[in-house]
Design a protein around this ligand. Sequence first.
Ligand code: C5J
Length: 223
Amino acid sequence: TNSIGTIAAEPEPVSLEWGRTALVIIDMQRDFMEPGGFGETLGNDVSQLARAVKPIAAALAAARAGGMLVIHTREGHLPDLSDAPPAKVARGAPSLRIGDPGPMGRILIRGEAGHDIIPELYPLDNEIVIDKPGKGAFYATELGRILQNYGIENLLVCGVTTEVCVNTTVREGNDRGYRCVVIGDGCASYFPEFHEMGLKMIKAQGGIFGWVTNSAAVLEAME
Ligand code: C5J
């Protein structure tokens, strides 16, 4: 991997110093991806998210091969729900609420099978896993400190869902000064139209929150 790569992206190509770039994979957890988890209890068709797995796996393999910092995130709560806002737990009319027992353990609770990352993208022992109580990966986590310690300036972001945790994290990261480059085909939403608009919102107005690329362009730039 060259030290600087230029990724074909919208609204324009973006040049990144690889040593100052982290791959951030958002919430590729069974709770969002598989039947019986948090996503499905909210009434969503979880099959909509499967298309993001292969592009993420390709980017992850390239990042690992190139020695790029890899960070995985997981949304979830402590078993006693002490970090779960009551307004979040009580929201809507899900078939099971956060903390209720489901087929993959308690819904969205750390340590349960459903809370963990899908096998295809499972973190290596040396990769960072950020457990977050909210939608953004910076809120109430150690992510900012970790990125500072590693000298990271650029985030290659993918995961689920496009308009919720990916968008929130990109907006948080952009305000903190990171160049956020979103791998569009490595993101997915339960609502295809929200996926499309979620990506458009990031790259509009000259890249108001960041850039949008795809996994093939990332791989090409890293060669
Ligand atoms: C949601 C997420 N959609 N990871 N979480 O509630 O996007």
